[in-house]
Design a protein around this ligand. Sequence first.
Ligand code: APR
Length: 256
Amino acid sequence: MKRGQVELARLIRTHARCVVLTGAGISTESGIPDFRSAGGLWERYDPTEVANIDALRRDPRRVWDFYALRLEALGDAEPNDGHRALAELEEQGWVRAVITQNVDGLHQRAGSREVVEVHGSLREAECVHCAVRVPMEDALASLPLPACPECGEILKPGVVMFGELLPAAAIERAQALAAEADFLLVVGSSLEVHPIAALPGETLGAGGALAIVNRGSTPWDSRAELVLDSGAGETLRGLAAALCIVETDRSRRSDG
Ligand code: APR
């Protein structure tokens, strides 16, 4: 095991309440592009044109064309080693919950149970006028401009768009989890987008510790006890292998 993974395993072993915050970087190994690294989506598309609530009002066709492309890329995506390792770490009692900025649903498909989707998901489309929600496959069946079955208004993909507030319940749960955590592990996020980018401050402010696994720097690196510029999949796979515990340890942790 690499030295960084040994240190990360020590940090998880010595903290009782570990919460993980993930971003698009954990899904790139499933073939889903992230946003801000080289070749990311915002290098090819202007988020103000395709991922902003005003753009949906101004040019809904352009927004749905973008999300139809994202959904196509999602169609073949499978959970990768990083998603599976986090599900295993939760199953064995090392991770309490995953807070994810991702809308791809891969954490749940990998088996994670306690997942907080702070930016919504692409499982559904919703009507901003009458709050009706429809399965995304129904919306895709009526491209290029899916309309609400109730009021006829153009639907919105079920994700949080720039210019929108995050779902209140999700952000409150995420902030509570981060404040209660004595260890927050960030994986695959540039930590550029608020309010989620402020979550490390909740953990640190409550006396907890922070570790970051990310290719490239983040604004929180100087506050982290450990920063690993390494791949999410390989790092988390090594971590799960190191922490794989026998029955006796499991009971010890469940009393923890
Ligand atoms: N392993 C580790 N890190 C990786 C990997 C990988 N395999 N692949 C990419 N990364 C890193 C990138 O270098 C980048 O620093 O993951 C980070 C992803 O950052 P962003 O692309 O900014 O994605 P994210 O932090 O999730 O963005 C937050 O911004 O556009 C909005 O709603 C969107 O939820 C998204 C939010």
